[in-house]
Design a protein around this ligand. Structure first.
Ligand code: HEM
Length: 524
């Protein structure tokens, strides 16, 4: 016979169980700092805060407000309730970009591998060190300087095309992005491969068409791409690799780009061999001839590197040029002074190469543009093992604790907030949210240590995966802007309504809701 327990005892046991669960969960919560971090409320279980972050009307609308409210380290929600960290704290960023524990997410690496092959952007560890080591010879200051005539030639062709499009004597409104995109594509095709595609004058070159299509496919941003970027990381590799055969525009664009680039590189290689190993001074040849021994790349590997250069080396520079022209149009006084600086420097050079680094206004404009509109405003990393992030400033948790370091678990997603880092008032001053190139005229305006290679900016990231082409991009922007600003006066059209929107990984200008930038041009 069963002994019966009084009802009160059941209630007592039930209450005790609930208390144990609550205490356990509370203890777990207090042990897992991420759950106790402050951050915005979650508007959707499916998308979390990702649509606010990635699809906002003006890049940073939400992110900069969150930073103001929660500081340089906070938690947002990703898809399906995932916890993500958003970090602009200088010490934590330095740790993340310099420590091999933190790598690109699997989805990014697979996408990059599918589009470009085994390129420097999609490999890790020893492979990355070897390929980067072999490529770096093509990006020394000396080699990059040898490309200046290519930069100037493309800029002058752009000037001529704009002249044809403008009505003589009156300012004409043009979408400047179209020709900036083509000029930067002409430059990278010639510098990387020695091929004159001349899309500034004829956009219908097969390489240009395949390039445009792959960018269009890769750079779409929507709720669907937010979900697919997240889910792709979970698909087994052998299934993911089959998606290339799907009959959709994006996959057709990838296959065509791979095929077309392969044809051109094969043709260049045959030329190179027929000349007994001698050839043009393009990156393909410089890198091919550069190293011996274990760091030497096979032809297949070289092909993959040229593919990534054609994309990574074109779009961000075009974005910097577009935003620079936008801010010049918005700041006529600065524009006039810059034009005078270009004129004086050109006269002093007397036909020799311009000393671009000796032009304070030009460099102030480029640095402020890179600060205010870093072409890559945010980049994701995953912790591949448990780790502890040091923090420059103490973080306050939602239960009021002050912590000076943040433990992160293996698998944690971290958004390195490049654009937010550039808006930290502690580093850049209380006017960090204002575009003001003059801040660069009296020494370096950043109150912290340099994390990246240029101007204390994070625009090129830093550490072992620092942008390979940062010198190339800066010199290209210097040369092209000198030509364009020396030839045209730029003003904003009436009712100009330009926003920065995320397209792929980049914050590009959108004018009245459409990708591009309309400016009024008048020939000087
Ligand atoms: C002003 C223009 C540019 C900006 C702001 C820029 C920015 C960046 C950033 C932020 C990264 C790191 C992305 C990440 O890890 O998430 C990167 C990587 C890279 N960039 Fe640039 N970039 C520019 C121009 C160029 C140019 C002109 C080239 C080549 C000619 C280039 C080639 C590369 C390559 C190959 C990588 C991958 C490096 C690696 O993973 O080791 N970039 N760039």
């Amino acid at each position: 016979m069963q002994a019966s327990m009084p009802l009160n005892a059941y209630y007592a046991i039930f209450a005790a169980c609930v208390a144990v669960i609550l205490i356990y969960r509370r203890r777990q919560r207090s042990l897992n700092l991420i759950l106790n971090m402050r951050g915005p409320s979650n508007p959707s279980w499916l998308f979390g805060n990702m649509r606010q972050l990635m699809l906002s009307d003006n890049y940073g609308d939400w992110e900069f407000e969150w930073q103001k409210e929660y500081g340089p380290v906070y938690r947002i929600k990703g898809c399906f309730g995932q916890n993500r960290l958003v970090i602009s704290d200088p010490l934590a960023v330095k740790h993340i970009i310099n420590t091999p524990t933190f790598t690109h997410p699997a989805g990014f690496l697979r996408n990059a591998a599918m589009a470009f092959g085994k390129s420097v952007a999609s490999v890790q560890g020893e492979d990355h060190r070897r390929i980067r080591g072999a490529m770096s010879i093509g990006f020394s200051a000396k080699v990059v300087r040898s490309f200046v005539p290519i930069f100037i030639d493309a800029a002058r062709k752009t000037v001529r095309e704009w002249e044809l499009l403008c009505t003589p004597g009156t300012p004409s409104t043009l979408n400047v992005c179209q020709l900036l995109d083509r000029a930067t594509l002409d430059i990278i095709s010639e510098a990387a491969l020695g091929i004159h595609v001349n899309t500034v004058q004829d956009p219908d070159h097969p390489l240009a068409r395949s390039h445009t299509n792959i960018l269009a496919a890769a750079f779409k941003r929507s709720s669907l791409t937010i979900l697919s970027d997240y889910l792709f990381g979970f698909i087994p590799g052998f299934i993911f690799n089959q998606t290339i055969h799907l009959p959709i525009a994006a996959m057709r664009a990838v296959s065509t780009f791979r095929r077309v680039t392969e044809q051109y590189i094969k043709q260049k290689t045959e030329e190179f061999q027929s000349k007994g190993g001698d050839g043009d001074n393009d990156l393909l040849n410089v890198i091919r001839n550069g190293r011996s021994g274990t760091s030497k790349m096979t032809i297949a590997e070289l092909t993959d590197q040229i593919r990534i250069l054609l994309v990574a080396g074109q779009d961000p520079t075009s974005v910097v040029l577009a935003w620079s022209l936008y801010w010049l149009a918005a700041n006529p006084e600065f524009q006039t002074k810059l034009r005078q600086e270009i004129k004086t420097t050109t006269e002093n050079a007397g036909g020799d190469d311009l000393d671009y680094d000796g032009m304070p206004l030009l460099n102030a404009l480029i640095k402020e543009t890179l600060r205010f509109h870093p072409p890559v405003p945010i980049t994701e990393r995953i912790a591949n093992e448990d780790s502890v992030l040091p923090l420059a400033d103490e973080m306050v948790t939602s239960d009021g604790r002050h912590v000076s370091q943040l433990p992160v678990k293996k698998g944690q997603s971290i958004m390195v907030a490049i654009a937010s880092y550039h808006r930290l008032e502690a580093l850049w001053g209380t006017d960090a949210h204002h575009f003001d190139p003059s801040r660069w005229l009296e020494g370096n305006p950043c109150k912290g240590n340099a994390l990246g290679p240029y101007g204390h900016l994070l625009s090129f990231l830093g550490g072992p995966r620092v942008c390979l082409g940062w010198r190339f991009g800066i010199l290209e922007a210097q040369a092209i802007l000198s030509e364009l600003v020396g030839s045209f006066a730029f003003t904003l059209p009436e009712n100009s309504c330009v926003r920065s929107r995320l397209s792929g990984t980049e914050g590009v200008p959108f004018d009245a809701g459409v990708k591009g930038l309309s400016l009024c041009l008048a020939r000087i």
